[in-house]
Ligand binder design. Structure first.
Ligand code: GLA
Length: 663
C-alpha cells in the first residue's frame, strides 16, 4: 500500500484545485504551442497531462529516440507555471513494434488477433511488450526525473480500456502461473472449479486454458478466475512501470487514470488503488447525472476518502456514443463541481485543444474547433476562476457519511456470469438504485469497497452481495450484532469465493443472521412486476421466503398467492439485519428507506422542501466542513434553510447550479 502523496507543487504556492487537460502538442505545429500557453493562462490551467499517446514520436524506430520536442514542451509549461503530469507513453505501441513483433497483439475469446491501427493493442502479459515498454519508461524517468516541471507520473492510460481480456498464448501461460500461485495443486484447482461437472477434470496446470470460445457455458469459476487474473495482469503492468519510476524518481508521485464509470468492470480498482500515490479517474456522463455522482462517490471510496484527481471528463459532447449531444448550459460547471464535491482536488478534461484529424476530432475539448469565441471556451475560463476561488476545499477529505453502500468487484463479476437464474441482473444498477434513493432523501452515503472499515457506519447496504467468503460473512455478522444495521438484497450471500453455493437454502451466508430461508429463486420476466403490500413494486426477482426465527419482522409482503414476505428485518445483538428480496428500483427503495433508516438514527441532511431537488455532499479539512449543494433539476431552487459562509453560488440556485457553503 502506497501512502497518499499528491502532486509536487512549487514551494510557496497557495493550495488550489488543479485545473487542466490532456495536452497533445505533438499533433500541432510549434506556433500553436505559444497560443496554447497564452490560453491556458487565461483559463487558469496549472496542470496538463503530456505524452500519453506519444510513443511513436518519442521512439520513431527501435534504436532512434527523439526527446527534443518533449524537452521543449515541458520547459515551456514550466516556464509558465503549468505543471506536467508526464505520461509514460506506453498506451499505444508504434507500428514498427507491432509489425516486428505481432506476438504482442491481443487475441479475442474467438481467436481473432486485434490489429494495430487504433490504440492499446498490446497483451498485458506479453514479455516482449513489457520489455519495450519498460525501456521507454526508464528513458523517460532518467531524462525528466530531475525536471522541476514534472509534478506526477501518469502510467500508461486507462489501463485495459481496450485490451482488458486477452486470450492469447501469453495469457494462457500467465494464467497458469497465476492459478498455480493461487491453488498450489491441481487438486485444489479441480475442487475450486468444480471440474467433476461436465468431465472437466485437469491432470496438470498445463492443460488449463483461458475461457476461450467454447461449445457451451464455460466453467463459471474459470471465468471468475480469469476476471481476477485479467485485473491482476493489468495491475502487474502498472506495478512494473511504477517500480521503475519509484527507483529512478522517488520524489515524483505516481498515478494512473481509472475508469470508474458505467459498466466498466474489468479492473478491481479498490485493489489497484493500493499501488499508486493518489487515485485518478476518468468519467464521462451518459444520460444519467446521478451515475456521475455515484461514480464520484465510488472513486472516493477506492481512494479511502482522500483527495483524488479527475483526470478526464468532457467539456461538452463526446464522440463515442450512438448520438453525441453537447452539454447543456450549466452542465460543465455542475459535472466538474460534483466531482469536487466528492473529493476531487483536480479537474481535468480530455483534451486541451480539439483535434482537427483522427478518431476523436468530434470530441469536445477546452479549446473547441470554433476557437475562443465560443460558449465552451468562455465556460472553461469561468470554471478556472471558480476553482481558484475554492482554495479552502483543497486537501479536505470527503466527510464520512452515516450510510455506506458496499461495492464489491467480486460480486459484480460473479453475479453477472452466464447460466444464472436470470441474465437480466445488473449489479451496478442495483447499487445505484439505492444510491439514487438516498440522494432523493437528502441522506449522504459513502460507496465503499467490501474490505472497508464499517464500524463507523450506522447503516451498511450490501446490494446483491453475491460472493461472500467466510471471512466477509463473519465481518458483516459482527458489524450487525455489535450495533450496525445491515441491509442486503436478493442474490446476496449466495456463493463463496470459489463460486460454490452456500448449501442449506438461500441466502446461504446470511440465512442464520436474517432468520429466513429461501428454497427457490423466482426471477421475473422482462417487464413483469409484482406488487408489494407497502405500495411499491418489485421487478427482476422475487422469492418465496420462509421465516425461520421468531423475532423476524416483516416490513412488506408480496401481493401474490405464491409468495409471502418480501422485505424482512431481524434484531441481532444490538443491531439489525434486513433483507429485500426483489428489485424495488429507486422509488421503491425510497418508500422503504424511512423504515430502514429511522431505527438506525439516520436523518436527512436537507430541509424537506429541498429533498429530491438537491444533492448534498460534504468535505472536511483544515477549513472545517464545506458542503456542496447541487441542483439536480432543470429549474431554479431556493436554498432556504441552508446556513454558512457562501464560497460559491447563493441562495437562489440556477438550473443545474452548485453552491458551496462553509460551516
Ligand atoms: C478516454 C481516453 C482518452 C479519450 C477519451 C474520450 O477517456 O483516455 O484518450 O479517448 O476517452 O472520451
Amino acid at each position: 500500500m502506497q501512502t497518499h502523496r499528491w502532486l509536487r507543487t512549487p514551494d510557496g504556492t497557495a493550495p488550489r484545485i488543479s485545473y487542466g487537460a490532456d495536452y497533445n502538442p505533438e499533433q500541432w505545429p510549434r506556433e500553436v504551442w505559444d497560443e496554447d500557453v497564452r490560453l491556458m493562462k487565461e483559463a487558469g490551467v496549472d496542470v496538463v497531462s503530456v505524452a500519453i499517446f506519444s510513443w511513436a514520436r518519442l521512439q520513431p524506430a527501435p534504436d532512434e529516440w527523439d526527446f527534443a520536442w518533449l524537452d521543449e514542451v515541458i520547459d515551456l509549461m514550466h516556464a509558465n507555471g503549468i505543471g506536467v503530469d508526464l505520461a509514460t507513453a506506453t498506451a499505444s505501441p508504434p507500428p514498427w513494434l507491432t509489425m516486428r513483433h505481432p506476438e504482442v497483439l491481443p487475441v479475442t475469446a474467438e481467436g481473432s488477433t486485434l490489429s494495430q491501427g487504433a490504440r492499446q493493442h498490446w497483451r498485458p502479459t506479453s514479455p516482449v511488450f513489457r520489455e519495450y515498454a519498460l525501456t521507454l519508461v526508464e528513458k523517460l524517468a532518467e531524462r525528466y526525473g530531475s525536471h522541476p516541471g514534472v509534478v506526477a507520473w501518469h502510467v500508461n492510460n486507462e489501463l485495459g480500456c481496450h485490451n482488458a481480456y486477452d486470450f492469447s498464448d501469453d495469457a494462457a501461460r500467465a494464467f497458469r502461473a497465476w492459478l498455480l500461485a493461487r491453488y498450489e495443486t491441481v487438486d485444489a484447482l479441480n475442487h475450486a472449479w468444480g471440474t467433476a461437472f461436465w468431465s472437466q477434470r485437469y491432470g496438470s496446470f498445463d492443460e488449463v486454458l483461458p475461457p476461450r470460445l467454447a461449445a457451451s457455458f464455460p466453467n463459471p469459476t474459470q471465468q471468475l478466475d480469469f476476471a481476477r487474473f485479467s485485473s491482476d495482469a493489468l495491475r502487474g503492468h502498472l506495478i512494473a512501470e511504477r517500480e521503475i519510476l519509484n527507483r529512478v524518481t522517488p520524489d515524483i508521485p505516481v498515478t494512473t487514470n481509472f475508469m470508474i464509470t458505467g459498466d466498466t468492470k474489468f479492473a478491481d480498482y479498490a485493489d489497484w488503488a493500493r499501488e499508486i500515490d493518489f487515485v485518478s479517474n476518468d468519467h464521462y456522463v451518459t444520460q444519467d447525472r446521478d451515475e456521475l455522482a455515484f461514480s464520484a462517490a465510488l472513486t472516493s471510496g477506492v481512494a479511502r476518502h482522500r483527495p483524488w484527481f479527475l483526470m478526464e471528463h468532457s467539456t461538452s459532447a463526446v464522440n463515442w456514443q450512438p448520438v453525441n449531444r453537447p452539454k447543456r448550459s450549466g452542465e460543465l460547471f455542475r459535472d466538474s463541481l460534483t466531482h469536487v464535491a466528492h473529493g476531487a482536488d483536480a479537474v481535468c478534461f480530455f483534451q486541451w485543444r480539439q483535434a482537427e484529424a483522427g478518431a476523436e476530432k468530434y470530441h469536445s475539448s477546452m479549446v473547441p474547433h470554433g476557437g475562443v469565441d465560443t460558449r465552451v471556451f468562455r465556460d472553461v475560463v469561468e470554471l478556472g476562476r471558480i476553482l481558484q476561488s475554492l482554495g479552502d476545499v483543497v486537501g479536505a477529505d470527503r466527510d464520512p457519511a452515516d450510510v455506506a453502500i458496499l461495492f464489491d468487484w467480486e460480486s459484480w463479476w460473479g453475479s453477472e456470469l452466464d447460466s444464472h437464474p436470470t441474465e437480466l441482473l445488473r449489479y451496478r444498477a442495483e447499487a445505484q438504485a439505492w444510491w439514487n434513493a438516498l440522494l432523493d432523501a437528502g441522506v449522504r452515503a459513502d460507496v465503499v469497497p467490501a474490505d472497508a472499515e464499517l464500524a463507523g457506519y450506522r447503516v451498511v447496504i450490501a446490494p446483491v452481495l453475491y460472493s461472500v467468503p467466510a471471512a466477509l460473512r463473519k465481518r458483516l455478522e459482527a458489524y450487525a450484532t455489535s450495533g450496525g444495521h445491515l441491509v442486503t438484497t436478493y442474490f446476496s450471500g449466495t456463493v463463496d469465493e470459489n463460486d460454490h453455493v452456500w448449501l442449506g437454502g438461500y441466502p446461504g451466508a446470511f440465512r442464520d443472521l436474517l432468520g429466513i430461508r429461501v428454497e427457490e429463486f423466482r426471477p421475473l420476466y422482462a417487464g413483469e412486476t409484482v406488487a408489494l403490500s407497502n405500495g411499491t413494486t418489485g421487478s427482476l426477482w422475487s422469492e418465496p421466503i420462509d421465516i425461520v426465527a421468531d423475532d423476524v419482522e416483516v416490513l412488506a409482503t408480496y401481493d401474490h398467492d405464491e409468495l409471502g414476505p418480501a422485505v424482512t428485518r431481524r434484531p441481532v445483538g444490538s443491531g439489525s439485519a434486513a433483507y429485500v428480496s426483489t428489485r424495488l428500483g429507486s422509488a421503491g427503495v425510497g418508500a422503504l428507506l424511512p423504515a430502514l433508516l429511522e431505527p438506525a438514527g439516520v436523518a436527512s441532511e436537507l430541509p424537506e422542501a429541498l429533498r429530491g431537488e438537491i444533492e448534498v455532499t460534504s468535505r472536511r479539512g483544515a477549513a472545517g466542513r464545506i458542503r456542496f449543494l447541487i441542483n439536480r433539476t432543470d429549474a431554479p431552487v431556493e436554498l432556504t434553510g441552508i446556513e454558512g459562509e457562501w464560497l460559491h453560488g447563493g441562495e437562489t440556485l440556477p438550473p443545474r447550479g452548485v453552491a458551496v457553503v462553509k460551516g
